[in-house]
Write a protein that binds this ligand. Sequence first.
Ligand SMILES: NC(=O)c1ccc[n+]([C@@H]2O[C@H](COP(=O)([O-])OP(=O)(O)OC[C@H]3O[C@@H](n4cnc5c(N)ncnc54)[C@H](O)[C@@H]3O)[C@@H](O)[C@H]2O)c1
Length: 269
Amino acid sequence: MYNLLKGKRGIISGALDSNSIAWKVAQRCHQEGAIITLTNAPIAMRMGEIKKLSDETKAEVIPADATNVDDLTNLFVKSQEILGGKIDFLLHSIGMSVNIRKNIPYVESNYDYFMKGIDVSAMSLHKMLSVAMKLDAMNEGGSVVALTYMAAQRTYPFYTDMADIKAMLESITRSFGYHYGKSKKVRVNTVSQSPTKTTAGTGIKGFDNFFNFADAIAPLGNATADDCADYCVTLFSDLTKMVTMQNLFHDGGYSTTGVSLDVMEKFDK
Ligand SMILES: NC(=O)c1ccc[n+]([C@@H]2O[C@H](COP(=O)([O-])OP(=O)(O)OC[C@H]3O[C@@H](n4cnc5c(N)ncnc54)[C@H](O)[C@@H]3O)[C@@H](O)[C@H]2O)c1
């Protein structure tokens, strides 16, 4: 360990179970010397899993529905009280599409579900940032990371409405990143992660095949949740203090590989 986050205070959203990317990020931030609070939707809390992570990382859990501004206000107020000062970093690790859950094809999307997906998975970042700014809850040089997927740039038919929602998430990152950078030098970036075997990931139709496909394309193979946690730690640290408003691919080289020899071999006649 490198003590990269020594003395820093953070908020980590989205740790549902030990497969969650946020779970690994919380563990790594704790190992690197940060003090943190954990948050998730009240409905996810009842599953009890998060208690294990809270014990391990000595982090209090503050329930908050990421679509609810009052909940988010409480999250930032309480986190500052508990951690003893302004927040240095925030992980947005929240994604949910009812259209995906219900297996509804993209062209037949239900619009109420679509709106819900936008609110939970993209607008929630705007709400978090807006609440943090209003409360002046983040330290100068603070860092915000949200997790995204490359379907925001290229078409993945099975990713359905989440592709459009991630495009919005990445746009909010740039738009808010400008304003928060100007006013408080707070950085806002997205990490575009490889397919990862989590509850949200495996809920996508055909996920296993796609996971294997991406792994065969990427020269380094798929990046794991643990790898993602390492990358997030660097982005929360002062070593990346001039990086903002970026969508950063963390995918073993997948996004810039046209085709791999491993995949070509499968088409040998
Ligand atoms: N798993 C993948 O393949 C993959 C790849 C790229 C990006 N991502 C992104 O990573 C992020 C984390 O997902 P994950 O793969 O770790 O899965 P996950 O299912 O473990 O995490 C998703 C989290 O979102 C939370 N959530 C849902 N609705 C919420 C609400 N209203 N308020 C607060 N929290 C809410 C869930 O409780 C859960 O903890 C998501 O944004 C996802 O899109 C995942």
